[in-house]
Design a protein around this ligand. Sequence first.
Ligand SMILES: NC(=O)C1=CN([C@@H]2O[C@H](COP(=O)(O)OP(=O)(O)OC[C@H]3O[C@@H](n4cnc5c(N)ncnc54)[C@H](OP(=O)(O)O)[C@@H]3O)[C@@H](O)[C@H]2O)C=CC1
Ligand SMILES: O=C1OC[C@@H](O)[C@H](O)[C@H]1O
Length: 372
Amino acid sequence: MSSGKFVLKWGIFGTGNMATQFAKDLVLPPGDRGEHEIVHRIGAVASSRGINRAASFAQNLQKADEAEITPYGSYTELLDDANVDIVYLGIPTSEHYENMISCLEAGKHVLCEKAFTINARQTEHIFALARSKGLFVAEARWTLYFPIIKEIRHVLHTKRALGKIHRVTSDLSLDFAAKMPHHSIRNATLGGGALLAVGIYPLTWAMLALYEDPENTSKEFPEVEVGMLMAKAQYDGDETVSDEQTNVSLTFRELRATAVLTSSLTMRTPKGCTVLIQGEKGSLTIPWASYCPSSYDLTIYSTGATTEHKFDIPGKGLFYQADVCARSIRDRKLEPEECTHEATLVMMRLMDQVREKGKFRYPGKLEDVLDY
Ligand SMILES: NC(=O)C1=CN([C@@H]2O[C@H](COP(=O)(O)OP(=O)(O)OC[C@H]3O[C@@H](n4cnc5c(N)ncnc54)[C@H](OP(=O)(O)O)[C@@H]3O)[C@@H](O)[C@H]2O)C=CC1
Ligand SMILES: O=C1OC[C@@H](O)[C@H](O)[C@H]1O
């Protein structure tokens, strides 16, 4: 504690895109977003490519924060640092499972980027290990931590503003294949592919609206239909194959609701096609980008009125999940309410089913689960 505030000390694995974005958000003053109870400190950063990369990453952050950030040339070294309470893993999906195990074995709490692991069995292992150690672990599916999500859950499920929810349609598509054909997002050996990279967001919206529907009392798991288009991509002379377009249809038969969810790495989401939730009394839409929602539009059929509900986000919005980690750890919780272990497991099981139907298994040992 410092001046009554809870201080959470972060270690960061990786120096790539997400590690950089997350760290930049972490050093923003929490007070700017109305968060006055907690403080984030970055204690250390580690690069798997040597200490120089970690040192220049730390130097760039220190300019913003004047904090003392210790650089490490390997992830294992960072785990011995007592100045780290929690590790953020901003590394490829293929690397999540074994690195989370190392973090938990070293007694560190964990916030890990999406997709949490390659498959649900690996996720089960991580949660069992975290529970046995009494450590907090959370999936950094950042969308679920935005304050607007709390309001949307309330509008849909408590106020029932749409009445009964009938259908969700959602797309997230980005044109990596055309613009950056060698980007790691399509590299199967790193856990790439449309479903785990971008398709997870439309699935998130469907599960939020339908699986979480209080009328889904039996926690019915939906029937799943899939269209998956595979594509080859070259990385350092090696060819890998991953899903380039994945379409998912979900049927909640007891709930009498459906979802049509599409994702692609060959083209961009067309304007207005991000998220549409339709009910008997109205509809709710999320404008681009649905992974970092800052507003929603609510239309009520009886009046024909559409109202826009806006939320200011002072930064990128990656800090919300960090704030939740801090509050949860302060309050000795082992999982966040915003993205429970059940929500992560259900998502991983759903993505497993989608890949099984699309006949897509990740190569080599990526799907393996260690003994536990
Ligand atoms: N929440 C979101 O909006 C987004 C989340 N993601 C997720 O974040 C994770 C990281 O993605 P992103 O930051 O875009 O990826 P980058 O390729 O930009 O960075 C990944 C970093 O991981 C480290 N790394 C460790 N092992 C490897 C390896 N075998 N090959 C390559 N890099 C490795 C490297 O850092 P170093 O060598 O320094 O250790 C590298 O810079 C993924 O799981 C992805 O799904 C991605 C984009 C957006
Ligand atoms: O997780 C993600 O969300 C945002 C996108 O820009 C990114 O490419 C994707 O992987």
